[in-house]
Design a protein around this ligand. Structure first.
Ligand code: A3P
Length: 295
């Protein structure tokens, strides 16, 4: 079976076996010919890995900890989402093209689908990876509340879609492996959601150094506070509360849902967990990446 159902959007299509929004697929030539610039910073994640979180961190650093400047626009409008398309609104590429340099951009694309100019532009990348089980749980609840995505059906059925990469932006395994394997070939800061939870200040400092900034300890402490889950859940600029219910139905599940490490234990059965671990071993064989599954 495939995860397909009539949705409020145009539905799902594929590029090279990767499910994507049909509008993205329709706009593919514009996306692939996108011209990256050397001073671009591209935030890259598999969906539900802490994208909004790292976006807010990067913006707070960029604005030297000035909260008001970070309130200038909704988080989804501050950083163009390269592959986003939803006509008649301007596409992510249109928005990026209009944006003055230096630009911070966002993508969920796996390495093999990234517009090629990113590889030759010598720009910077920040990749955030989240352990597969929590990512899978978070994506399940997002599928339930997003009215642009198909119904995930039951947790058990969704489990199969996820492990087979039949969810939007494809396989978690391929995505994470792909970015992990090229991390030394480009200017890539590779971060883990779990490290950000465990020691936010340490990870925020890494991001600051990577961005070539130098902020006082007090500013760093302020950024830690302002980008906490609790603060971002209450912040209308980050919590998606202004997105209409016809797109994101937060009465089903909040966009800022739990923000923890280990929620997978409340969803996986013992049998599913064993099966998942075995699939993980096969699919991640030969890679040195190591995830923390609980704090
Ligand atoms: P949960 O569904 O597990 O709560 P993305 O932004 O990539 O869509 O990721 C969303 C996930 O990141 C959600 O996970 C969300 O709660 C979590 N998240 C968002 N902001 C966070 C923060 N400041 N701290 C920790 N987790 C955060």
């Amino acid at each position: 079976p495939e995860l397909r159902k009539q949705t409020k959007g145009k539905g799902i299509a594929e590029i090279a076996g990767i499910p994507l929004m049909a509008d993205t697929v329709d706009n593919w030539s514009q996306i692939q010919t996108f011209k990256a610039k050397p001073d671009d910073l591209l935030i890259c994640t598999y969906p539900k890995s802490g994208t909004t979180w790292i976006q807010e961190i990067v913006d707070m650093i960029e604005q030297n900890g000035d909260v008001e400047k970070c309130q200038r626009a909704l988080i989804q409008h501050r950083h163009p989402f390269i592959e986003w398309a939803r006509p008649p609104q301007p596409s992510g590429v249109d928005k990026a093209n209009e944006m003055p340099a230096p630009r911070t951009l966002k993508t969920h694309l796996p390495t093999q689908l990234l517009p090629p100019s990113f590889w030759t532009s010598n720009c910077k990348f920040i990749y955030v990876a989240r352990n597969a089980k929590d990512c899978m749980v978070s994506y399940y609840h997002f599928y339930r509340m997003s009215q642009l995505l198909p119904d995930p059906r039951t947790w058990d059925e969704y489990f199969e879609f996820f492990i087979n990469g039949k969810v939007n932006w494809g396989s978690w395994f391929d995505h994470v492996r792909g970015w992990w394997e090229i991390r030394d070939r480009h200017q890539i800061l590779f971060l883990f959601y779990e490290d950000m939870k465990r020691d936010p200040k340490h990870e925020i400092r890494k991001v600051m150094q990577f961005m070539g900034k130098n902020l006082d300890e007090t500013v760093l402490d302020k950024i830690v506070q302002e980008t906490s889950f609790e603060k971002m859940k209450e912040n209308p600029m980050t919590n998606r509360s202004t997105v209409p219910k016809s797109i994101l139905d937060q009465s089903i599940s909040s966009f800022m849902r739990k923000g923890t490490v280990g929620d997978w234990k409340n969803h996986f059965t013992v049998a599913q967990n064993e099966r998942f671990d075995e699939i993980y071993r096969q699919k991640m064989k030969g890679t040195s990446i190591n995830f923390c599954m609980e704090l």
